[in-house]
Design a protein around this ligand. Sequence first.
Ligand code: HEC
Ligand code: HEC
Ligand code: HEC
Ligand code: HEC
Length: 259
Amino acid sequence: MLRLVSLVMALVFCGCWAASAAMGPQKVKNTVHNLSTSGEWMYISDNEDEICIFCHTPHGGSLNGPLWNRALPGALEFTHYTTATLDSVTDGASRALSDESLLCMSCHDGAMAVNHVLNPSNRTHVQPTMNFGQTDVSIVPIFGIGGRIGDVVDAINMPMGETRNLTDDHPISFSYDAVRAAYQGAGRGNQLHAPADAVAAGVRLYAPGNRVECGSCHDPHVNYDSTIPMGDPTANENYRPFLITPNIGSALCLACHNK
Ligand code: HEC
Ligand code: HEC
Ligand code: HEC
Ligand code: HEC
């Protein structure tokens, strides 16, 4: 408990990472992001009861995220979405992923083990194991449902093992400001809202450059699942799956796009 409190305090007082406040109900314990023994979904540990440890540690973590307890994949190992209509800012497969999105991809690439941390707990002194003692469990798509986004289609259309493909996913790791400036130059300035209006409508943009990352649309701690545990009254289903703001009537999309 003390450890949890000091971790939260350190993160809050540091204040160096948060882009803006997440507004949905918070309780990561009651979500699929609870990989500890108290988790209720598919990826749960058989020896580690700490919830935060799968992503955060009070000491000895990585400086690439908020007290981050995981190694990150290489920033250049991903291929991006590309089309003829995209602005040149977001077009091109060679763009590197920013750290804020690599945090997510350190599990969601389907390659890296979800249960391998930089600093294991002082009580176990070992890596968390899952599914009866396994140390390297990565996210696999099951009947096309799953938390691995480099993949749901890839698992069908691409050779197995291709996991870092973002070509069928909304563009990330680019500057919203730069795209907006290019739009204005091309006479399309009315098609994206001003960054302050987008943030006011509930999305996060990351400094520098007001970048769009996974966390622009997602909050990894939001309590959206009223079925874990059964009938959780504090959950709000409108935030499914881990949305930063509900997408009712496409409100999330319209926070940025003026369409
Ligand atoms: C599945 C991974 C994961 C788990 C588990 C997790 N977090 Fe986080 N946390 C993140 C990510 C990713 C961020 C960075 C979000 C962003 O882009 O701002 C973050 C950010 C934070 C921040 C910084 C402020 C903010 O909200 O962005 C705090 C504080 C925090 N987490 C506390 C906790 C605590 C306490 C727990 C355990 C009860 C926990 N987290 C569990 C992934 C996780
Ligand atoms: C420690 C590993 C880990 C990290 C880090 C992590 N996730 Fe997850 N995430 C999971 C697992 C495990 C699942 C459940 C996968 C499944 O059941 O197929 C999941 C599921 C999800 C889902 C689907 C939830 C649903 O109900 O269908 C979303 C959305 C998601 N994560 C977003 C994110 C985002 C965004 C980040 C970064 C801010 C992130 N995750 C970081 C492990 C992680
Ligand atoms: C522009 C907004 C946006 C961005 C950026 C974004 N997502 Fe999502 N994501 C969504 C929405 C909206 C959904 C829910 C779609 C639905 O319900 O139809 C979703 C669904 C998901 C799911 C559930 C499985 C699926 O394929 O539907 C996962 C996992 C996920 N996102 C992870 C991520 C990760 C990891 C990143 C960064 C690499 C990311 N998302 C970036 C908006 C976004
Ligand atoms: C945080 C702001 C933001 C959010 C939220 C957002 N987008 Fe985007 N989206 C952008 C920007 C900026 C681009 C890049 C446009 C460019 O480079 O031409 C983009 C690109 C796209 C493209 C590709 C356009 C092309 O020319 O190929 C589509 C389609 C799109 N978004 C739809 C959506 C949908 C649907 C949602 C909601 C699920 C959504 N977006 C949420 C900012 C956002």
